[in-house]
Design a protein around this ligand. Sequence first.
Ligand SMILES: [Fe+2]
Length: 263
Amino acid sequence: MKTAVFSDIHANPAAFRRAINSARRLGCKNIICCGDIVGYGYDPNECIEICKRNDIECIKGNHDAALVGELSLDWFNHYAAQGIVSNRPLVTEENKKWLANLPYKIEKQFGDTKVAFSHGTYAIPEQFGYIGSIYSAIVELDLIRKNGIDALFIGHTHGAELYARNTSDDRNLIHGTLPKSIRKRLAQPLNGWSEAIFNVGSVGYPRLCRYSTYAIIDDSIPRVTWRQLPFDYVGYTEKIVAMGREVPVWLQARLVFLKGGEE
Ligand SMILES: [Fe+2]
């Protein structure tokens, strides 16, 4: 059976629909979202409705928590805070309750492999810590092992990455980022490690690369495959501008590159 793992939709229904269509076409029966359904983008309510219509199992991200007042805006950078403030009035009261009721993590068994899903980290997910270096990854790998978890799926950094160890000796730590080092080896074993962290990247706000990304768990092999989809930077920017909002600097830079013919 195939399960798609998404994260960081960020109120971008166009990218969300494209990723769902891709996952369904590739035979995914289930979809799990590692959080941040809202924030940054232009239509948070529609993204929540898409989750409900497609029976997507969702986890609470830091932007979801902030939208419902569970996390202070002081936590966020200027553009992120602006996104949350602009999203709040667009979400119905019923959907705010739906966001507030999301869990911080879920756990599932895929064959012999125990898998956890959270937004940023496993042990204290409500703190929304970042795994953005091999040092933070080693701490987290130790923690998931201590808790009997073989593989952790996350988002939060918006960059697709793999941190994995063959043994508990940290000298064997493997680190790959997409699209660079993972690019030629998009498929990785789910259970070929003593413990592993799979960051699926971002569907709706791919700040660190030019693709919308997600991952597919195929538990019949068992294997994890990252997928890359084109991201409509121009259409996305137009919608943000139409809301009277500033265009984030990373997006301005991306648009300059695109004009220069990077594609
Ligand atoms: Fe995010």
